[in-house]
Design a protein around this ligand. Structure first.
Ligand SMILES: Nc1nc2c(ncn2[C@@H]2O[C@H](COP(=O)(O)OP(=O)(O)OP(=O)(O)O)[C@@H](O)[C@H]2O)c(=O)[nH]1
Ligand SMILES: [Zn+2]
Length: 355
């Protein structure tokens, strides 16, 4: 059975807890960490094992809380929340008026997971790193699937340059390379959350770090090869030395805000062309050796889709600049329209191809 120390309970948390919730003669509470929170019910790690408790719903995965200690007389309840050292939160980009949603708390390290065979665009890597810094945690970049690249040195050098001083680790779950160095960096009593697009290798990396099959990976998708697997496991996973992996569905998808998820889903094939351009800083306009222009000329890419991609990029950029609520609303609407049109164009094209 895991103790609270396995879940990252350090001297700092111990001190903070007894300061905030001093034991008095009549009432005492025990420290606990939120493994999962679900509308008024929380699953907690405590020193006497996992406990279900009632809560007011304010807690998120990773929170440290005070739990009543009534010896089973009443159902246990969360009675207090420790201040958070970091919060990973998201605001939906296409809905500027939506509430900020806290996805996880008390994360020490945010690992931005980038598969080496499918590097992120500089733009997206930058945005993800900015968001990671904003959380109060320290970001690191984790290049996965190192065994799959024959341009290893080149991609690593590129990533180091784009990561602007953020540490870059390379790993292969297949060969085991880089896992020790990553584990050493996480250190003792720290919580690591992994962000990255679907298929980046997060589950596989978690399995490799934890050393047992706690996550379903892409290998076990259902029969038709399309069914999305669901991650059924725990959301806070101890992996030695009080180190903890946080893997909630919300945190997982964080790197792609809703808007950007749309961008990737709809235009992923276009973005895959960018690394094929002769020049790394290609503006995809009149540059020689531009893979985008070549794809348009050869008929592999509809010019209309390329223009909507461009338009959407501008929309996103200006959406981020908007100040007034009214303007945000207007932009959100036109943004939605672009996404919808582009998605329809793509569906149409795919249907046409399959015939
Ligand atoms: N060769 C190789 N393949 C890997 C490695 N890591 C992951 N993969 C493969 O990449 C695919 C996707 O890996 P997952 O771990 O499921 O990716 P994920 O990021 O968890 O994806 P989601 O669950 O959709 O968020 C699987 O088929 C893995 O077997 C690696 O180090 N080497
Ligand atoms: Zn180009």
């Amino acid at each position: 059975m895991h103790t609270l120390t396995d879940y990252g309970f350090t001297d700092r948390i111990r001190g903070l807890f007894s300061f905030r919730f001093p034991a008095t003669g009549t009432s005492a509470s025990v420290p606990a960490r939120v493994i999962r929170s679900d509308r008024g019910r929380v699953l907690l790690a405590t020193d006497s094992g996992p406990v279900h408790a009632l809560s007011d719903g304010a807690e998120v995965t990773g929170d440290w809380v005070a739990l009543t200690n009534d010896d089973g007389a009443a159902p246990p309840a969360v009675v207090g929340l420790l201040p958070r050292s970091s919060t990973l939160q998201r605001k939906k980009a296409h809905d500027p008026l939506a509430d900020v949603q806290v996805l996880g708390a008390n994360i020490d390290l945010v690992g931005v997971v980038v598969p080496i065979d499918r590097p992120l665009s500089t733009n997206r890597l930058e945005r993800t790193l900015v968001a990671a810094w904003d959380s109060g945690a320290v970001p690191i970049v984790i290049l996965t699937k190192a065994d799959l690249s024959n341009r290893f040195d080149e991609v690593v050098a590129q990533t180091v340059e784009r990561a602007r001083g953020v540490e870059v680790f390379t790993t292969s779950a297949e060969s085991g390379d880089g896992l020790d160095a990553l584990q050493a960096r996480v250190g003792t009593g720290n919580t690591l959350a992994l962000l990255g697009p679907s298929g980046a290798g997060k589950s596989t990396l978690i399995n490799a770090l934890v050393g047992s099959e706690v996550q379903d990976t892409g290998d076990v998708r259902s029969g038709d090869g399309k069914g999305r697997h669901t991650t059924t496991s725990r959301e806070l996973i101890p992996f030695g030395n009080g180190s903890v992996l946080m893997d909630t569905p919300g945190v997982r998808g964080f790197a792609l805000w809703d808007a950007e998820a749309g961008l990737e889903a709809v235009f992923g094939d276009i973005e895959e062309l960018f690394p094929l351009c002769r020049f790394r800083d290609c503006a995809h306009d009149r540059e020689p050796g531009c893979a985008v222009q070549e794809a348009i000329v050869s008929g592999n890419l509809e010019e209309r889709r390329w223009l909507s991609y461009r338009k959407m990029e501008r929309e996103l950029a200006s959406l981020h600049r908007r100040q007034s609520v009214a303007e945000q609303r207007r932009h959100a609407r036109s943004f939605h329209k672009v996404v919808k049109e582009a998605a329809m164009a793509k569906d149409y094209r795919n249907r046409f191809r399959e015939d």
